[in-house]
Design a binder for this molecule. Sequence first.
Ligand code: ADP
Length: 225
Amino acid sequence: MVPGVRLVVLGKQGAGKGTQCVRLSHHYVVPHVSTGDMLRGEVKSRTPLGQRAKALMDQGELISDELVMEMVGLRLREKDTRARGFILDGCPRTIAQAEELADIVAPDHLDLVIDLDVPTAMVLGRLASRRVCMDCGANYSTSSPPLTNWTCDVCGGEVVQREDDTEEAIRRRLELYERQTSPLIDWYQHHDLLMSVDGTGTPDAVTTRCVQAIDDRRTKPVTSP
Ligand code: ADP
């Protein structure tokens, strides 16, 4: 049986994190934990958290560290993630979240943090054409739509443009990524957990690079966070 993994995937909006995380979660048979999907679920169910998060999300602003980490902590303490690990997508986004995450997984530690590296010019093009399933979060694009009339091939849900994929919100999210999230790359590098993976090329090629990076790391385990 393939061993599980505790993996964080970083990368700008549109770097292909969602697509790669779904593929990696199937490969390693561990849950894909996406904070964006979880928050969109809270918004859809109109929970108190969803009501607080909606306006911030629509503007491309970040939700507070406290609210996000409470949600992530609950999820990562469930039996399935405790037993086999997780592919964490969209979190951490700040150093404070990274510190909290290390506490949540302790006494275990992360196996690896992958930084999916794609040039900004390329992600802008991908985001403008991105379309997603409202129900399961599957990703499509205007050049590679679902087989029938914007109906999800995976679950039959409606495939739409995300409300925060407007030009203004995209610009804001990329700006916040540079300011708050990219310092995480240095932080994880310092903790000897970071591996940069070239995110350009076909989805299959990128998945192969990610699996290689993870499997290489298994032969050289670490002891920090
Ligand atoms: P993207 O990476 O394209 O911004 P996500 O689906 O990961 O999309 O997140 C959508 C929105 O959800 C973010 O713009 C932000 O408002 C909120 N969000 C998701 N994860 C976090 C997080 N870890 N901390 C704060 N806000 C978050």
